[in-house]
Ligand binder design. Structure first.
Ligand code: 3HC
Length: 675
């Protein structure tokens, strides 16, 4: 797990635990033994610790969390390094994250390549740095910078870390050689823990008052603050005890379990269960997009930003100009926020070829259709593509509901057809549902997954069904939410239950944002549903400043008396006497019913695994990450509780509702979804 090389009185310890040099049990034991060797051997004058492979270290081994410590702990190893009587130098390349950076903080000096990144991302796993990071970092950099790094969790560049005083030296070209030379010139250890903390409680309070990262009910950031206060107030040994205590409490808590689940779920989603190891993704060098509307333009931006040339096709010059204008405006808005340079904007736009010539797509490796949801239109486009695209081209549809299999059969090469369901705004949202059709060839699927990662998306494979994973689960939620309105709830009450749960918005806020008129038949005289009534009255959502809510000029919503009246008249027509609806009923009928649909998606094999469903909801709809996603949350809540709730309200949920046999079986057998 580690390699040791001694040369000229310097012991080089190389962490060798691929892929990320996680500091698991064996690494810690080897590291402690190597430090003991350095301490005991009079020929060794100094020690360099570095990482083999692509990084220094990705931190503690997260898979070990929750198991009983049966070996030397990381804090103990780091304490021994800090106490070593010979100078210890960390030589950092790639990443030094979490426990990896804490290990480097325990060393007496740090040298890094300018490209390296260092950070304490533990907060994103629902924990805090638990191997001295909260105590040693503010002894090297001021508490403001330490707080920012620990509470935000975002890594910083080695160059920035050097400016802050966290890194002593930036390596020139050869890190190992530079570290060796650096070590040779150092005569005495310099323990970080012996330094004074740079800052006071007031500095911490000032940031706490203004920070958006500290939210009531979210445990880890609050614990980070408590640990930093301990760093200011207490000597190192006592501060370390406070940190350790907070760490263990968090590790045992539901939020950290959920966030760790989310971490591994995201990585598991990249794996396709029946993909043979010898299938390599094809190379995608040129992309074509059909449709320069909101979706097509947003999709194009992903590829342009990743440096891939895109040809975008429209049917009229006006639509093309409008689409290009929106893309440029979006890029310029990003540049105005400082997240892109003007040169990057120009570079991205220069990779774009707008055209009205459909046949221009003939040389493209990947062509994505992003026109409106109409099967006939899509079939027509795919038949035309079939006639012009090169044989190995991947033909993708951005459909959000329609059958990819039916679309594929409009071509003579259904094996080349796949669904790529981007989420709006497509240049921002991380989720990509990769819809695997019945005929989709494995190399096509592998290429879609690889390309998704290339453009920074989190891909999840879905089988073909109406709405795929995400939108299919929205459907029972929306049906129940609408039924609850008629039975006596208000849009505000239902939305509040969802936002209190942690969703960014509730079902009606979402409908207003997306457009109440989506899917409306456009005949104001035909009023059969609540949606018809609102649309007929011009209440199309935020875009008309009226939907389920009224909106002011700043798009701030207020409950609408008009909507109350519309709902009341529907109740009258249906002979429904409104009743008081409890928040618990809303939770069961709108959230538990989603879990039920998720279980059906699983039993039908539409999703490969329950955690894939979680990833869809975390990255596509803003499901609160600290609950792990709908399926993990259901397991934490208890599948028996979910089934009980659904059974209790089954009558109210009407004939459309049926309990998932898988959900029932799992609850009876007391199993998790993936057991
Ligand atoms: N522990 C265990 N496994 C880890 C790990 C870790 N700290 N970090 C990554 N892995 C695993 C991943 O699960 C993945 O496994 P798989 O191949 O079986 O799916 C594999 O290593 C490769 O990971 P990525 O696909 O994420 O590799 P990348 O090269 O894209 O990214 C990385 C590398 C930036 C290091 C990224 O893996 C990462 O962000 N890791 C987590 C970093 C982190 O949060 N560290 C803090 C850990 S907690 C801690 O240190 C507690 C301490 O304070 C006591």
């Amino acid at each position: 797990m580690i390699e040791q090389v001694e040369r000229d009185g310097i012991l080089e310890i190389v962490l060798a635990n691929p892929p990320v040099n996680a500091l698991g049990r064996a690494v810690r034991e080897d590291l402690a033994a190597a430090i003991a060797r350095a301490e005991a051997d009079p020929a060794i004058r100094a020690v360099v610790i570095r990482g083999a492979g692509k990084m220094f270290s990705g931190g503690a081994d997260i898979t070990e969390f929750g198991s009983l410590p049966d070996a030397i702990s990381l804090p103990e190893v780091i304490d021994r390094i800090e106490a070593c009587s010979k100078p210890v130098i960390a030589a950092i390349h790639g990443h030094a994250l979490g426990g990896g950076l804490e290990l480097a903080l325990g060393c007496h000096y740090r040298i890094a390549t300018p490209q390296a990144k260092v950070g304490l991302p533990e907060v994103s796993l629902g924990i805090l740095p638990g191997a001295g990071g909260t105590q040693r970092l503010p002894r090297l950099v001021n508490v403001e910078a330490a707080l920012e790094m620990i509470v935000a969790g975002a890594p910083i560049s080695a160059i920035k870390a050097h400016e802050l005083g966290l890194i002593d030296r930036l390596a020139d070209k050869d890190l190992a050689a530079d570290a060796h030379a650096f070590a040779a010139g150092i005569t005495a250890p310099r323990p970080t823990g012996a330094r004074h903390v740079q800052g006071d409680l007031e500095a911490i309070e000032r940031i706490v008052q203004t920070s958006k990262l500290i939210k009531p009910g979210i445990d880890a950031p609050l614990a980070c603050i408590a640990a930093l206060k301990a760093a200011v107030e207490l000597p190192l040994d006592q501060g370390l005890l406070v940190e350790r205590d907070l760490f263990f409490k968090l590790v045992e808590g539901d939020q950290s379990k959920a966030l760790r689940h989310a971490f591994f779920a995201e990585r598991a989603a990249a794996k396709i269960t029946d993909m043979p190891a010898d299938i390599a993704p094809m190379s995608i060098a040129k992309v074509g997009i059909i449709g320069a509307g909101t979706m097509g333009g947003g999709i194009a931006m992903n590829f342009l930003s990743a440096g891939l040339p895109v040809m975008i096709v429209e049917t009229s010059q006006e639509a093309l100009d409008r689409g290009l204008g929106v893309m440029r405006a979006n890029y310029e808005a990003t540049a105005a926020k400082g997240r892109m340079t003007p040169e990057q904007v120009e570079r991205a736009m220069s990779l774009l070829t707008p055209t009205l010539d459909f046949d221009g797509l003939a040389d493209r490796d990947l062509i994505i259709e992003a026109v409106y949801e109409n099967m006939d239109v899509k079939k027509d486009i795919f038949a035309r593509l079939d006639a012009i695209a090169k044989p190995e081209a991947i033909l993708a549809s951005n459909t959000s509901y329609l059958s990819v299999d039916e679309i594929a059969l409009a071509t003579r090469r259904p094996q080349q057809v796949i669904g790529l369901h981007f989420f709006s705004p497509a240049n921002v949202m991380k989720l990509l549902e990769v819809v695997r059709g019945a005929h989709t060839a494995l190399p096509v699927l592998a290429t879609a997954m690889a390309t998704a990662r290339q453009i920074g998306k989190v891909p999840v494979v879905s089988g073909v069904c109406h709405g795929f994973i995400g939108n299919r689960m929205l459907s029972p939620r929306q049906d129940e939410a609408t039924a609850l309105l008629l039975e006596g709830a208000s849009p505000a009450q239902i939305d509040r239950v969802h936002t209190a749960f942690g969703m960014p918005m509730g079902p009606f806020q979402m409908a207003d944002l997306a457009g109440v008129d989506i899917g409306w038949h456009r005949d104001p005289a035909r009023v059969e549903t609540l949606q018809d009534a609102l649309c007929a009255a011009g209440r199309w959502g935020q875009k008309t400043k009226a939907g389920f809510y009224d909106y002011d000029d700043k798009r701030r919503p207020t409950p609408s008396p008009v909507v109350d009246e519309v709902i009341a008249s529907f109740r009258d027509q249906a002979g429904i006497l409104p009743r008081a609806i409890s928040d618990e009923e809303i939770t069961v009928r709108t959230l538990y019913s989603m879990v039920n649909e998720g279980a059906k998606i699983l039993e039908e094999g539409i999703a490969q695994r329950a955690s894939d469903i979680d990833v869809v909801w975390l990255y596509g709809y803003g499901w609160p990450r600290h609950t792990g996603g709908p399926m993990f949350w259901a397991q934490q809540t208890g599948l028996v509780t979910i089934v009980d709730g659904l059974t209790r309200y089954a009558g109210a949920m009407g004939e459309g509702f049926s309990l998932s046999p898988l959900l029932l079986a799992k609850s009876i057998n007391q199993e998790g979804f993936d057991d």
